[in-house]
Design a protein around this ligand. Structure first.
Ligand SMILES: Nc1ncnc2c1ncn2[C@@H]1O[C@H](COP(=O)(O)OP(=O)(O)O)[C@@H](O)[C@H]1O
Ligand SMILES: [Mg+2]
Length: 297
């Protein structure tokens, strides 16, 4: 069943007279990880804060699990988990005491150990919050966001400050939650993270969505590239496909990079040539970003 967990329609939100979000629309299904991308100031956090019920829209509408987050805030909060960009903890409490305090505010919370385990903090229960690394604080925040077994999870730059191991562990947790049906709205600066985790995305720029779609479809449509060093005596014009040459590196952009590589290799084989350093690469989110107008990156 396709259930829309988050629906954003023509959302507008101003901070004073500043238009931070200028009429954006997107949907996130149950069990889907959706990445909201864009440089600082694009309007990502403002969007998350509207969805979480902290801010009221100035135009358009948002629904979370079919509910209006500003009018039905208590119900929305009960069924959602949120990891904000800036978490506030009491530095002198231990990890365990922090989770316990939070469990007190949560209906039917997970057991403390389960939450810590899910967030990769199993061995840190007795440590004071101020002694945690930046990445561990993010994980503690994740543990709190997970406590109420939410149907919707908002993760605003969840892995900032994490080491690669912590990041990988967080990805695994997010994937597992999505597999069990949680809808995840993720903002991140790490394009690789978004590409690996999310099945759909929207790129925001100055309050507007400038690109969006399914991750796999969008990347496939962007095409890929084949690169290699030009063999001695070969010129770009000799090749069977158009390439751009930079120094001795030739790059062929193609809708289907595997097919392009085959064409180039057969051409070379027929002439007894090799194409040294041949590399076939599908498009990445980074390529997609580089295609955007400079202002949006
Ligand atoms: N409370 C606020 N008051 C005034 N301007 C704000 C406030 N919060 C955010 N802004 C501005 O709104 C824009 C979008 O901010 P934000 O939603 O935090 O973007 P992002 O999360 O994509 O970096 C930025 O230009 C930011 O300076
Ligand atoms: Mg932000």
């Amino acid at each position: 069943m396709f259930m829309t967990a988050i629906r954003v329609e023509a959302l507008r939100k101003n901070h004073g007279r500043f238009e931070a979000v200028k009429g954006i629309s997107f949907e996130v299904a149950a069990g889907e990880v959706f990445a909201l991308l864009g440089r600082n100031g694009a309007g990502k956090t403002t969007t998350v804060e509207v969805l979480a019920g902290f801010l009221r829209p100035d135009g358009g509408s948002v629904r979370v699990l079919g509910l209006d987050p500003s009018a039905e805030r208590a119900e929305v909060r009960r069924r959602t988990g949120i990891m904000l960009q800036e978490a506030g903890f009491f530095p002198d409490l231990t990890v365990a005491a922090t989770v316990d305090a939070w469990r007190g505010f949560t209906a039917a919370p997970r057991p403390r150990d389960e939450a810590l385990e899910l967030a990769g903090l199993a061995g840190r229960a007795g440590v004071r919050v101020r002694q945690l690394s930046g990445g561990e604080k993010r994980r503690l925040d994740l543990a709190l966001a997970l406590l109420g077994r939410p149907d919707v999870l908002f993760l605003d730059e969840p892995t900032t400050g994490m080491d690669p191991e912590g990041r990988a562990a967080t990805w695994e947790t997010v994937r597992e939650l999505a597999r069990r049906g949680t809808a995840v709205l993720l903002t991140t600066h790490y394009l690789e993270e978004a590409q690996r985790l999310a099945s759909a995305m929207a790129i925001m720029d100055r309050g507007e969505i400038v690109a969006s779609g399914g991750m796999a479809e969008t990347l496939a449509a962007r095409g890929g590239r084949v690169s290699f060093r030009l063999p001695a005596g070969v010129e770009a014009a000799d090749l069977p496909l158009p390439v751009t040459v930079d120094g001795d590196e030739a790059v062929c952009r193609a809708e289907d990079p595997d097919l392009a590589a085959q064409t180039l290799l057969s051409w070379a084989a027929e002439r007894g040539l090799r194409l040294p350093g041949l590399e076939v690469r599908a498009a990445t989110l980074e390529d997609l970003f580089l295609d955007l107008p400079t202002s949006a990156r």
